[in-house]
Design a protein around this ligand. Structure first.
Ligand SMILES: [Zn+2]
Ligand SMILES: [Zn+2]
Length: 338
């Protein structure tokens, strides 16, 4: 689909595409005493710089000079979903994956295999998916979930939790993974809104379950979706328990399940209402990148990217040191930790 024919969702709020239970599952994690503070401390004191250094050591920053076509696609996707473009890096990896990390400096990493294999439209789905994570305020918690998964064996060496403590941590970890899987369904919806083409979105997702870059013409989406109907016919409780246990510590849902959830959202009419302009607007830029400040006239907190206060129209002046957080909250915002 040509970029010129795309719809642009001005002020689109993540609430228009959030998957049921995503926010509730995330709220449950935020309610765990100390969790939010601990995560933020970890990110601000170590992870943020570590991840940025890792980018500088391993990856290529995408700019107008360096892979300008990818740079242009990121900017285009940001225009569709109405959010500021994050720093984007290309990293070498044979695995299909893209990630969004960071708190104060949110960045996007796209693996080389995706750029090499995916069509431009499918790449837009991937970028839109990641922007969905940013808009929905997932990034802080996604960063932590990723860090835990990647470093579990080292964490256990560095922090020798006594057994009861380790047992106490298990519910937190399982809650993190449970939320993380729901967050993927939310982000897939953002990917679909970016490409505005169900076939492209489905084909991008089907790459995770064996859609080849050779013999493309032989791939059949409909018969893949029939697998979902097959899955529903299995009623072996032991097999289901084994699959459940198997997925408990996964950050991503089974790929075929992602296909069917996206199809459900279309069938339920959620996608159509956003496309037809009936969507929830994020007047305050609550869950987007960009510095936050208070309107001088009415004192509401506003995302400075708006330029003007949405309530009274006062021109916003961005101080040089204005800060923002990737989970969508400002430093001066009340901590919702209980
Ligand atoms: Zn994701
Ligand atoms: Zn105002």
């Amino acid at each position: 689909m040509a970029q010129a024919s795309k719809l642009y969702f001005e002020d689109l709020s993540y609430k228009s595409f959030v998957y049921p239970g995503d926010e509730e599952a995330l709220d449950n994690i935020k309610k765990i005493p100390g969790a939010r503070r601990l995560f933020r401390w970890l990110i601000e004191n170590a992870l943020e710089d570590y991840l940025q250094l890792e980018n500088k050591y391993y990856r290529t920053l995408v700019t107008e000079q360096n892979y300008p076509s990818v740079h242009e696609r990121v900017k285009h996707c940001c225009r569709v979903l109405d959010c500021p473009p994050p720093e984007t890096y290309l990293g070498y990896s044979p695995f299909f994956n893209a990630m969004t990390f960071g708190v104060n400096r949110t960045f996007l990493v796209i693996n080389s295999s995706m750029v090499e294999t995916y069509t431009d439209d499918e790449l837009d789905f991937v970028i839109g998916h990641e922007l969905g994570h940013i808009k929905a305020g997932h990034v802080l918690y996604k960063t932590i979930a990723w860090f835990i998964v990647m470093n579990m064996q080292y964490l256990q060496l560095i922090v020798p939790f006594p057994l009861p403590m380790g047992l106490l941590l298990q519910p937190l970890l399982l809650a993190m993974f449970e939320w993380s899987r729901r967050a993927e369904f939310t982000a897939d919806r953002a990917g679909l809104l970016t490409v505005q083409d169900a076939g492209v979105a489905m084909q991008a997702l089907a790459r995770f379950s064996g859609r080849l870059s050779v013999r493309e013409g032989e791939h059949n989406l409909d018969s893949m979706l029939e697998q979902v109907a097959d899955i529903e016919q299995y009623d072996n409780p032991l097999a289901k328990i084994m699959l459940f246990v198997n997925s408990m510590q996964a950050t991503h849902p089974y790929p075929v399940l992602r296909l069917s959830k996206l199809r459900d959202w279309m069938e339920e009419g959620g996608y159509r209402s956003v496309i037809s302009g009936e969507y929830i607007r994020d007047e305050d830029g609550e869950h987007e990148l960009g510095p936050r400040l208070f309107c001088d006239t009415c004192r509401v907190r506003v995302n400075a990217k708006r330029g003007h206060c949405p309530r009274c129209g006062t021109l916003l002046v961005v101080p040089a040191e204005a800060s923002t957080n990737g989970d969508g909250s400002a430093d001066d915002a009340p901590d919702d930790e209980t």
